[in-house]
Design a protein around this ligand. Structure first.
Ligand code: UT7
Length: 333
């Protein structure tokens, strides 16, 4: 058996499609206002993929951006893990499509379906593979085109979502290097499935004229239920991972949460007594990009000088499922 190792993030790339949909644009589509959206969610605008652009396309662009900032031979990639709930199609997996589009040979991969926790869960999986000692270069991607599932007549849903993707490279840390993925906690509670789901197109309700007529191919969300659960659970998961590592919010240099609603993020930061300058918020520019939010927020944090080598970073997400999780790491580059 190979020796076990700690995993470390060694590179980052992110991507959003160029087309921007502002709150003012949405005012022309549904009965809403820029003020309502901004006050209730913190969103000003979001990027939307054009027809024909799918999750694998955004993922590929995010990986290309990763390579631009961290030149490497993609042929060395051992494993590709993609967090997504908007795969290009039911199968093959998005990971297979990404592998093919990037021309990476001698690798394997699969998708992780965890709603808005998709990137965090994919990161957990990638970390375990590195820690097994068998794998040395793992691409962890979060990519979603949730606007393709949005009913632009449902004003409580269509204002939230944007499209985007991000990718990190995981590698084994060198001996003595403590800028590693330190710990993670995660939990699913399937009873919450009824509050955020897409009922059509799966094996229960295969696509048919009837499922389309009943709008079953769109996102169905009870926003208030999701909101209440997210506030409670994000606090619980972040406190759990901090406590078991004998840390408090005061020890965290950078808090990067899933960007679903600014009020969920600030409620968690308040509970952890974290000043807002340590909290990364870019939901105003991107909206909720599902599995894309955390790597996109990492990218914003790096660009804004809020994420530096050695920083203690807390990641957190809550999503459809319900899924939730929190990850503690020290930034390495
Ligand atoms: O990433 C995980 C996925 N999703 C989430 O995390 C979403 C969590 N939930 C939320 O972010 C919020 O619940 C929403 C942003 C979706 C909705 O905000 P809210 O403050 O919970 O609004 P609400 O659903 O309680 O609706 C309040 C009012 C209602 O009107 P009445 O019944 O009080 O007259 C809605 O019809 O606001 C109305 N409303 C809107 N008004 C203007 C709902 N959507 C809109 C809108 N513009 N876009």
């Amino acid at each position: 058996m190979p020796e076990t190792a700690r995993a470390k993030i060694t590179a980052l790339g992110a991507y959003v499609p160029p087309r921007v949909l502002t709150n003012q644009d949405l005012e022309k589509i549904v009965e809403t206002t820029d003020q309502w959206i901004l006050e209730r969610t913190g969103i000003r605008e979001r990027h939307v993929a054009d027809k024909g652009i799918a999750a694998s396309d955004l993922a590929v662009e995010a990986v290309k951006n990763l390579v631009k900032s961290h030149p490497m031979d993609l042929q060395e990639i051992d494993l590709i893990v993609v967090g997504t709930v908007t795969p290009d199609m039911m199968y093959p997996s998005t990971a297979c499509l990404v592998q093919h589009k990037l021309g990476i040979h001698h690798t394997w991969g699969f998708d992780v379906s965890a709603g808005c926790s998709g990137f965090l869960y994919a990161l957990n999986v990638g970390t375990e593979f590195i820690e097994s000692g068998r794998y040395r270069k793992v691409l962890v991607i979060g990519s979603d085109v949730n606007t393709s599932m949005v009913n632009y007549e449902d004003r409580a849903v269509c204002i939230i979502f944007g499209d985007g993707a991000g990718a990190v490279l995981l590698e084994p840390a060198n001996e003595g290097d403590d800028n590693v993925i330190v710990d993670h906690v995660a939990q699913v509670e399937g009873a919450g499935g009824a509050f955020l789901y897409m009922p059509g197109g799966g094996s229960l309700n295969p696509a048919s004229p009837e499922t389309v007529a009943k709008k079953m191919h769109y996102i169905h969300q009870d926003g208030q239920q999701v909101f209440k659960y997210a506030v409670k659970k994000m606090a619980e998961m972040t406190e759990r991972v901090l406590e078991r590592n004998q840390l408090t919010g005061a020890d965290v240099d950078c808090f990067i949460a899933h960007q679903a609603n600014k009020r969920i993020i600030t409620a968690t930061a308040d509970r952890l007594k974290m000043p807002m300058e340590k909290v990364i918020i870019n939901i105003d520019r991107y909206g909720n990009t599902t599995a894309g939010t955390i790597p996109l927020a990492m990218q914003s944090a790096v660009e804004e000088g809020k994420l530096k080598p050695g920083d203690t970073v807390l990641l957190a997400a809550v999503g459809a499922g319900f899924t939730s999780g929190a990850t503690l790491l020290r930034w390495g580059f």
